[in-house]
Ligand binder design. Structure first.
Ligand SMILES: [Zn+2]
Length: 178
């Protein structure tokens, strides 16, 4: 890991899906590295398996299968705010279950829970989509309001989102992240 930072949500999806290419681009992985990745993936799956059924389903559908939040809400017949609360609880558990692994594997402190309200939200994917669609000429105000209303993400100031967009979102695809 180069930057000593993990976006928990991305990390979870990468390791939970078991899809190859955790370090895509580097085809020549050593035995040791492969074993290490397998160890991480097993631990992630075990942690997810430890969740109560409905939490597990939510995490698997949203993060591993890429289903939309609306779909899950419709299918489960749950009110969306209940789903959101469940999602937060599921994440809190996963962070705890995986904290030791993260420390041991990356020698960094466990995923922070207090830094960026967007990165730490279980709805991060939807939030990023919303942020990416923003009209760059407009103010952040409507985005801040929408994040709160739709995803229960409380952002105190536009600076938080400016920083998030600049430093946290660039890693996902080409956002011409400079
Ligand atoms: Zn962020």
């Amino acid at each position: 890991m180069r930057g000593k930072r993990l976006i928990f949500h991305n990390w979870l999806a990468e390791n939970g899906t078991g899809r190859r290419g955790y370090d895509a681009g580097d085809g020549r992985r050593s035995e040791d590295e492969n074993r290490r990745l397998q160890h991480i993936r097993d631990a992630v799956r075990r942690a997810v398996d430890c969740l109560p059924l409905e939490y597990r389903e939510l995490v698997v559908r949203y993060h591993f299968m890429g289903e939309s939040y609306q779909d899950i809400a419709a299918r489960s017949g749950r009110k969306s705010y209940k789903l959101a609360a469940m999602h937060r609880r599921a994440f809190r558990r996963l962070r705890k279950l995986l904290a030791l692994l993260v420390v041991e594997q990356y020698s960094i402190s466990p995923p922070s829970t207090g830094c960026c309200p967007v990165c730490t939200s279980p709805r991060r994917r939807d939030a990023d989509r919303l942020i990416a669609q923003r009209d760059p000429a407009a103010t952040w105000r409507p985005i801040i309001a929408a994040l709160r209303r739709r995803f229960e993400i409380k952002v105190r100031s536009p600076q938080v989102l400016i920083g998030h967009e600049k430093y946290h979102m660039s890693q996902k695809g080409d956002h011409s992240g400079k």
